[in-house]
Design a protein around this ligand. Sequence first.
Ligand code: PLP
Length: 470
Amino acid sequence: MANDSSARIAADLREWISTAAPGAKLPSTRELVARYGASPVTVQKALRTLTAQGMVESRPGVGTFVRAVHLARPNDYGWQTAALGSPRNRIPSLSAALRTPPNDVIALHAGYPDRELLPERLVRAAFARAARSDATIGRPPTAGLPDLQAWFATELGAATPVGVAPPTPSDVVVLPGSQSGLSTAFRALVGAGRPLLIESPTYWGAIHAAAQAGVRVVPVPSGIHGPDPDELARAFEQTRARAFYAQPNFANPTGAQWSSDLADHVLDIVRRHHAFLIEDDWAHDFGITTDAVPVAARDDNGHVVYVRSLTKSVSPAVRVAGIVARGPARERVLADAQASSTYVSGMLQAVALDVVSQPAWRTHLRGLRHQLAARRDLLVGALREHAPAAHLEAVPSGGLNLWVRLPDTTDLARLVHDCETAGVTIAAGDEWFPAEPTGAYLRLNYSGPNPGAFPDGARIIGEMLAQQQK
Ligand SMILES: Cc1ncc(COP(=O)(O)O)c(C=O)c1O
């Protein structure tokens, strides 16, 4: 009986709500009791039903209100199909590397390091200091805080060999993360419809940025030693491209670090074709057994446009990167940055500069090297033991990832799904190929949370792979 009454009251109120303004207040429980001749319990039950249906919200001590967004009818977005037309490029879905999984899974898919690898105390102290400074309200110059520009220029300058002119602070433009640096470089230096040579496999975010910029991507085969210079030269000749995007140090995903000879060879090819090398030094702070050596340090004629991020090593909350470009290219880069983001928050720039200027930053980086080595070796060992069908072409000397080749018959989508069901998130390698993948690969990140669970993760990958081979 009470059920019938509360359903009747809910239906009546629903009708009232359908014509009420969002935010309108419902009569009080006492008024509803009187209006419907029902008990307070029955009225409360009707209100709970409406709350569960998302039609009203109750604010304790104030009353019950019509939800600001209530769907009297489904919204009609059909008109946008015609207005937008089909996209010029396939719109990629959210990358596996950016997914936020539940806390209890073993996360080997991640793109950003776990907080235990970050200089958390330095970052907190830097925010506290910045909060007391003018950075909280000031507008920095479009190209960046002069002291931060100088820091980026000095760091690259320190790697510059004798006889090569080091970059100056005014060659630097500060950007909100290197992802935005890649978009800027592709738009400003290549442009829609024009070819961009790109390693294959390469960072999925660069493939997305190139698609958004409308540039025509031309893959150049690359592997554990870096790109094949003959293929690179051929691609330049065939396409007349004027830019090559690459990661000479600890490439994501292969982990490759170019030899000094390869760096010279690539630079020669780039110069011969009057082209740019867009160098993504994303893992500069993640050397393990070697240090990152920027190719940009060998060039003072503006052939190398160098993108250096602090986001991953300082904090994902401090999205700051520097792009070093010389000559007219720097003006193009600055013009694009100005049009797309005007300037980077002075607060974040002040924090980034504060962190990297502390003597404790160097100490942190030394500790980080050991932590990354331990994590990498733990995952490598666990894979060798538990997942022998997963072949590691090389153990990287830096970076955050292992690039693992699987048997060609592997059903990658099924493997990712099965592992996830068993509590391990992994990233299928397909996303790292600008064209069709040349094999079945996994990219496994060893900088995620809870490295103690890596052996379990490897065991599950091994079991799921073995199931496919039965
Ligand atoms: C190769 C590479 N370049 C650039 C980025 C983007 O980094 P940021 O956080 O600075 O935008 C990433 C992030 O994963 C990366 O792996």
